[in-house]
Structures are given as structure tokens and as C-alpha cells.
Design a protein around this ligand. Sequence first.
Ligand code: FAD
Length: 383
Amino acid sequence: MAGIVIAGAGQAGVECAFGLRAAGYAGEVTLIGAEPGLPGQRPPLSKSYLKSRGTEAPLPFRGAALYDRQRIGFLAGCALRGIDRGARRLALSDGRALDYDRLVLATGARNRVLPLPGFGPGEVLGLRDLADADMLIARLPGLRRLAVIGAGFIGLEVAAALAGSGIAVTVLEAGPRVMARAVSAEVSAWFERLHRGMGTDLRLGVEVARREPGAVVLADGTRIAADAVLVAAGVVPDTNLAAAAGLATGNGILTDDLHRSSDPAIFAIGDVAMAPNRWAADPVRLESVANATEQARRVAAHLAGKPVPDPAVPWFWSHQGAGRLQMAGLARPQDASRVIEDTGEVLVVERHRGGRLVALETVNALRLHMAARKAIAPERVPA
Ligand code: FAD
């Protein structure tokens, strides 16, 4: 029997492999991952790992012995290259072919590349995996000025991790406020104050045009001195393999409620998947640990023939200096916001749509966040 093959050994893939065993699946499980070594968490890479200059290494999800004990065949440094859906056979980067009964695609997303002069591969830094983090850390000694493109979570976490280090960080953001896709204007303003207070030169509403030796040049001709540039301008889902195999794709691999793609033998989970979500009117592609973990557990239960757990309220966190941001629920930028508490240190903002509470954003208020994860009702009535 060919068993279940999981492509992508990140948050979702590893959780799915071990989740299959936890759910009692006894068949063959093979996990293939393009990165070398044992898979580990990404969130510390832009936080404690960077702040400690690589000394506080993120722990692997599971130790090597556990893969053997749980009979999970793990192929590290091996990428999926092609899917023959008719034969249920996969082509791997090491030349091998691998048969599957069920395939789970958990290939994540990759950093968006800016099509600008001087921003090609090797010319700028990015931060997605351990190798990226090590490359950034290796550049830090002697670095005087770093330009970060993008004031999203990762760009701001990097700025916070480097604050006070003697490296002058300039964050360049095209939008009018930080983290604008994800949080209310009130939370953006709180973090803008925080970062400016930590000494970060935060420039909003600016358009990057090109790179010149020692500088990033804006569309209006302004030169921002920078010895190195980190691009943190979002990610794009890795849909090429799925699309080449004829699976339905959009902003991610399209799936149903049970995370099945347009081929019922193939599932997609994590950052790569676009799925219906009870807390959103339309299918969404979420980039979070909570989402990857939950989708992995649901698919594992389904494939093991066990009851599939109900989805939980989506949630997310980001740590930036003294700001511990937590979000429960799914808000859209146009949703109304209502400030519930603002002490300077603590900020709590409700997000409303059509008179309903759809999300709670908290800064330094963990208990309220935990309560909100139980309280926010689904937007869609479960099928
Ligand atoms: P990934 O974890 O990216 O795993 C996908 C894996 O698939 C990768 O290892 C990739 O190499 C591999 N792969 C790709 N193509 C192939 C192929 N063809 N064959 C085999 N393998 C392949 N989320 C939070 O909720 N909170 C945070 O604070 C937070 N901080 C973050 C900080 C950083 C620096 C980063 C990069 C992400 C952060 N995230 C955070 C997001 C979170 O880590 C992701 O949402 C999560 O890792 C998604 O899991 P995934 O398994 O879908 O993708």
C-alpha cells in the first residue's frame, strides 16, 4: 500500500504527519521537505532567534527519534517536483518516484520578490526560513544601516529585534499605516508610536523605486542610506505544482471545508491553501501557526477515519518590543473599530461588521484574547 504522502515539512506538514498517528492511522506516512535538517518553527526567527543573534535556536517540532518511533518516513532536503494524478505518482527532486493513495500539499508560501532594479535574488535579504535568518544574522556585525521594505508583521518584528543594537533601521511602507491589511487604525497607531519610540525611522506612504550602491531610492527621488536591504513585502503561495497538475487554484490551492482540493485524493493545508472559513463570508488563505496546525489536525482526523474536530476561532500573534499583539477572529480593513480599553500600555479594540463582533485585537491583554477565542461567533452557519 502506498499510504499518505505529505509534501512540505513545515508547521502544517509535520503536524499532519504526527496527527495521523495520534488519530490512529496505521498505514504508511511519508513526509517530504525541501529544507535540510529537522523541521523547526518559523515565528522565533524574526523574534528571539534574531534578537539573540542566532544563539536561541528554535527547537525542532519533533526530535529525530520520534519520526522513527512513529514510523514517519521523513525525506529531508527533497522537493516534490511533479504530480501524476492519473497514476498517483510523485516525481521527487532526487530522481525518485513515490506512489500515494492520498497526497497532502503543505508547501507553504515564499517571499514576494519586488520587480525593481537592484532587488533581484542575492541582492536583497528575505526572512522565511532558518537559512534566511542565518544569512541576515551573518550580515549584522559591522552593519550600520538596514532598510526594511514593508511594515507588516515580519518587517516590524525585525525592526524591533534590532532596536537598540546600534544598527539604524529604516522601515519603508507603501501603505498609509503599519500592518494595515490585518489590524485596525488604532492598533496601527499604537505600534507606530512604539517603533518610533524605539528609534526606528518609520516612513509610511512611500514608494520604493530602485536600489543604488549604499541606498534605496524612492519614487520621489529621496535616497535612503542603507548598507543592506531586507524585503518583507508579504508572501505568495506556492501553487505552481498544483496548477501544473490541473488542480483548481486561485490565491492558493482551492479546497473545500475538509481541505480537499478539486481532486478528492489530494488535500491542501496551511499557507498554501485557500479554504472556506466559518468566520469569513468568502474562502480565505490564512498565514498563521494556528491555521496551519488546525487544518493539519482536521485532515489527519479525516484521513484516519475519525470525527473531524470543529474549526476554532482563527487567531494570530505578533511580538514587537514591548507590544504583544493578539488577534482573535477575522476582521477586514473596512470593519468598524471600537476601543474598549486604552491605558497606554494596554489596548483593546473590538472590530464590528453589520453590528456583530467579528474580531478582537488586544495589545498586552492576553486574558481578554483568550476569552475572545471562545466568544466570537461564526459568520457562516456551519453546514
Ligand atoms: P511552512 O511552515 O512555510 O512550511 C512549508 C514547507 O514546505 C517549507 O519547509 C518549504 O521548504 C516546503 N516546501 C515548499 N515547496 C516544497 C516542495 N515542492 N517539496 C517539498 N517541500 C516543499 N505565524 C503566527 O501565527 N505567529 C507569528 O508570530 C508568526 N511569525 C512568523 C515569523 C516568520 C519569520 C515567518 C516566516 C512566519 C511567521 N508566522 C507566524 C507564519 C507561520 O510561520 C506560517 O503561517 C506557518 O509556518 C505556515 O505553515 P505551512 O506548513 O503552511 O508553511
